[in-house]
Design a protein around this ligand. Structure first.
Ligand code: SF4
Length: 216
């Protein structure tokens, strides 16, 4: 079912509105301040009849500012890029994309961060920033590792996350939360991040963190 609150539908509505404004003769056509989508009845057409109440509208003024920037500035720049320059991240919203099978294959073969399930574009950026921070703070040149190998090395190296978090970086705090890195690692043999471990070894991880005051 079409959910109007989804960004792709807003882009679609706004783009159609721009096309109609361009195509239709302005002597006979006046654009409304709102655009809408007529959604199917929630119980389906078999049970309910179409109703005008199912037309969901949105004010064009809410769409124009962000979408003018996207359609007329960002999109042309993106389309002008060479394929190998395009930033992409395989994520849960890729399901409906026709390129999903090849992007998923590429992600697995080249060890991109998208091998971590349900990692949004914003979350992936946090982890990329974390890897960048590590290279920058520790003055390390980039090694020939895949992204997930790089992340695995970082979280497995005892004390390294703490070292680069000196100064209270919000990136490190967010990354800790995303990767479920415990505040204290009670056993050196224990996985520092069950999420990274699961992505690297393709196995479900079960972690039990003991909070007894006698364990240090
Ligand atoms: S499947 Fe690939 S091309 Fe499609 S949205 Fe996802 S990353 Fe982009």
């Amino acid at each position: 079912m079409l959910i109007l609150s989804q960004t792709p539908h807003h882009v679609q509505i706004y783009f159609y509105t721009l096309c109609l404004k361009y195509i239709l003769d302005s002597d006979f056509f006046e654009c409304s301040e709102n655009a809408g989508v007529w959604l199917p009845p929630s119980d389906g057409f078999d049970v309910a009849s179409p109703s005008l109440l199912d037309i969901k509208t949105i004010g064009l003024n809410l769409l124009s500012s962000p979408l003018d920037l996207f359609i007329f500035r960002r999109l042309p720049l993106l389309l002008a890029q060479r394929q190998d320059q395009v930033q992409w991240h395989f994520n849960p919203s890729c399901k409906a994309c026709k390129f999903a099978p090849s992007c998923e294959r590429n992600t697995i073969e080249t060890g991109r961060l998208g091998v971590i399930p349900n990692l949004s574009v914003g979350d992936a950026q946090v982890l990329k920033d974390l890897l960048h921070l590590r290279r920058h703070r520790l003055k390390q040149s980039s090694e020939p590792l895949t992204e997930i190998e790089d992340l695995h090395t970082l979280v497995q190296t005892h004390g390294l996350v703490k070292k680069i978090s000196s100064g209270g970086s919000s990136t490190v705090k967010k990354a800790r939360r995303l990767l479920a890195i415990p505040r204290q690692r009670h056993f050196l043999s224990a996985s520092a991040s069950p999420i990274v471990e699961a992505a690297v070894n393709k196995m479900i991880q079960v972690c039990i963190y003991l909070t007894s005051p006698n364990i240090h």
